[in-house]
Design a protein around this ligand. Structure first.
Ligand code: SAM
Length: 195
């Protein structure tokens, strides 16, 4: 029996999103730390898998699309989804690269800002076309939250695209990249000897 058949079914039901190998890698990364504190940028058909992988832990989703929030809450009663908004367009990504003042997501609640996260997964907002927000703010904010945490795995999807690749490189750092599975980059931030 294939223990990951549920992920194969997810891929079939969710075209254009993660690959089987990407989802399996992410699930293993969560399970390795579960029960833990897991922060996910973006809801979707995959959400229940991360909730299940982190059973007994704390899982918080950050989402900007009201309709996706509604559907997710309907399908997963009790799920913790925090609504945010993005004020960027993907076309701004080069101009915003060093604009930390513009990149931080000010609308995150204190309970997200003050949590010591174990795993952060960034797969939102959309960045597939020029009019979409692009992931500049979510990747930068994830990097800030990661630096406030003590030992955190940060996984960024769609790193075949210039915005995701460049922002992950700039703010998470190639020296912290532990693995890449297809378009999914996996970074690990650990406390330095200097503290
Ligand atoms: C790349 S999608 C997130 C996909 C999700 N992590 C998954 O693997 O199914 C980014 C944003 O698009 C919306 N979205 C989620 N699932 C979607 C789907 N299957 N098709 C189109 N948009 C989706 C949500 O607003 C989400 O925050």
């Amino acid at each position: 029996m294939d223990v990951d058949q549920d992920l194969r079914d997810l891929v079939d039901a969710n075209p254009g999103q993660g690959s089987f190998e990407e989802y399996r890698h992410l699930r293993n990364a969560i399970r390795a730390k579960a029960p833990c504190r897991l922060l996910v940028f973006g809801v979707g058909k995959d959400s229940r898998f991360w909730l299940e992988a982190n059973a007994g832990g704390t899982t918080v989703f950050v989402e900007h699309e009201p309709e996706w929030i509604r559907v997710t809450r309907e399908k997963l009663p009790g799920v913790d989804v925090v609504q945010v908004s993005y004020d960027t367009r993907r076309t701004q990504w080069k101009a915003l690269m060093e604009r930390r003042d513009r990149l931080f997501m000010e609308d995150l609640p204190n309970r997200i800002l003050s949590t010591n996260w174990d795993v952060i997964f960034v797969d939102s907002p959309q960045g597939g076309s020029r009019k979409r927000p692009g992931r500049m703010k979510s990747i930068y904010t994830a990097s800030v939250l990661a630096r406030r945490s003590t030992d955190v795995d940060v996984l960024v999807h769609d790193c075949d695209r210039p915005v995701e690749a460049s922002y992950a490189h700039r703010y998470l750092g190639p020296e912290r990249l532990v693995e890449q599975v297809h378009r999914l980059r996996h970074y690990r931030l650990r406390p330095t000897a200097a503290g």
